[in-house]
Design a protein around this ligand. Structure first.
Ligand code: HEM
Ligand code: FES
Length: 355
């Protein structure tokens, strides 16, 4: 990663972002409780608080799950991605408060341990209308806890990125459990159909943007057409299609690679950042280094290695130019292998600048 960028650090923008999250949460809880108190004057403050915290957490979870696909659809959403972990931890705190208040409210007065009571007090697993929805919320809370507890980069490094990524993909299992938790809970309480409608709308939104982003990516991933020559080189794009200090992402032998153009040179590296699989090809060259758009890890374009003292490395690819055609060897080099960049002829650079 970089000297100039720090993945975790405090700056004015981050503080502003966190203040906005905290202010938004307080405002949401106040508006929810105030409105519900007027609409349902008989409800106790405990009930209103439990509902405000639960819906607040679920709303934040929708926002968190939307950020990834939105960023893939439009890079203007990227600033939201930088601070997604703070949103995640905030969501977990709300969910924990909701679970803890519910446990105290509904399970603390019996002679069974309250946590055991959450899991065992309702045994009607075969009855949809009376289904024990609370254990589903508890299971989701365990997953959210594991995610919040391992959200720091310390755990990313210690668990290794593939294990960490798999653990954090469990958020979709947690989301599924929560949809059931709320759907079955709302069914039991025979509440206003608006609640069920909003939940269905949220589910439809999450499914749609994931499908649209996936479909767009698949369309963009169409293999480059050029047949590979005897030497393994394939034409991937035209030089004029690559903006200066940026990349064109192409799909080569089933892998996304990023073709960077900078200072009269062209270098090719894997598109996958070693930090959290961010799309390097959507980043820029800053201070001579490819800079990941997600959290700012940096790699030298000619060897795919992070500048010292950092040790991350991505695979590199051999590249050459034939006039305006960019040809890349489809066989990746081991991560961190130095490759001579292709040189852009000076007259071509000057010609493009003039046109
Ligand atoms: C130990 C864990 C949990 C327990 C014991 C629990 C318990 C409950 C209970 C008793 C209700 C019904 C409240 C009522 O009808 O007034 C409820 C509803 C709800 N829960 Fe949970 N829950 C847990 C975890 C979660 C988590 C992790 C989330 C979200 C991140 C969540 C989101 C919700 C939502 C959105 C509702 C519907 C709110 C409403 O009633 O209007 N719950 N939960
Ligand atoms: S810096 Fe985090 S994914 Fe690249």
């Amino acid at each position: 990663m970089s000297h100039a960028y720090r993945a975790v650090g405090w700056n004015r923008q981050k503080r502003l972002y966190d203040l906005t999250i905290a202010g938004g949460v307080v405002l949401y809880l106040a508006v929810f409780i105030g409105t519900a108190a007027v609409l349902r004057p008989n409800a106790t403050i405990e009930t209103l608080l439990i509902r405000a915290l639960g819906t607040g957490a679920l709303l934040l979870l929708h926002l968190i799950l939307s950020i990834g696909p939105l960023c893939r659809l439009d890079s203007r959403f990227l600033p939201l991605l930088y601070n997604r972990r703070h949103l995640g931890v905030t969501m977990f705190i709300l969910a924990l408060a909701h679970g803890a208040f519910s446990t105290v409210q509904f399970h603390a007065l019996g002679n069974v341990n309250p946590l055991l009571s959450v899991l065992t007090s309702n045994g009607r697993w075969g009855d949809l209308a009376q289904f024990p929805f609370q254990p589903l919320g508890a299971a989701a809370l365990v997953i959210l806890f594991l995610m919040a507890a391992t959200s720091h980069d310390f755990w990313l490094a210690n668990l290794t990125p593939p294990v960490w990524k798999t653990l954090h993909m469990l958020v979709y299992l947690a989301y599924g459990l929560l949809v059931l938790h709320v759907a079955l809970g709302v069914l039991q309480a025979e509440r206003h159909p608006l609640a069920a409608g909003l939940l269905a709308l949220g589910l439809a939104w999450i499914l749609s943007i994931h499908l649209i982003a996936g479909w767009r990516e698949r369309a963009a991933d169409r293999e480059v057409d050029g047949a590979s020559g005897d030497d393994g080189f394939v034409e991937v794009c035209r030089l004029r299609d690559i903006p200066e200090k940026r990349a064109k992402v192409v799909c080569l032998a089933g892998e996304r690679v990023a073709v960077f153009r900078y200072d009269g040179r062209v270098s090719v590296v894997s598109n996958v950042c070693q930090h959290q699989n961010g799309p390097l090809g959507e980043g820029r060259i800053i201070n001579g280094c490819i800079t990941c758009p997600w959290h700012g890890f940096q790699y030298e374009p000619a060897n795919g290695s992070s500048p010292p003292p950092f040790t991350e490395k991505v695979p590199t690819f051999r590249v050459r130019l034939d006039g305006d055609r960019v040809l890349v060897d489809s066989r990746p080099n081991p991560p961190g292998t130095a490759v001579e960049p292709a040189r852009v002829p000076v007259n071509r650079e000057a010609g493009e600048a003039a046109s």
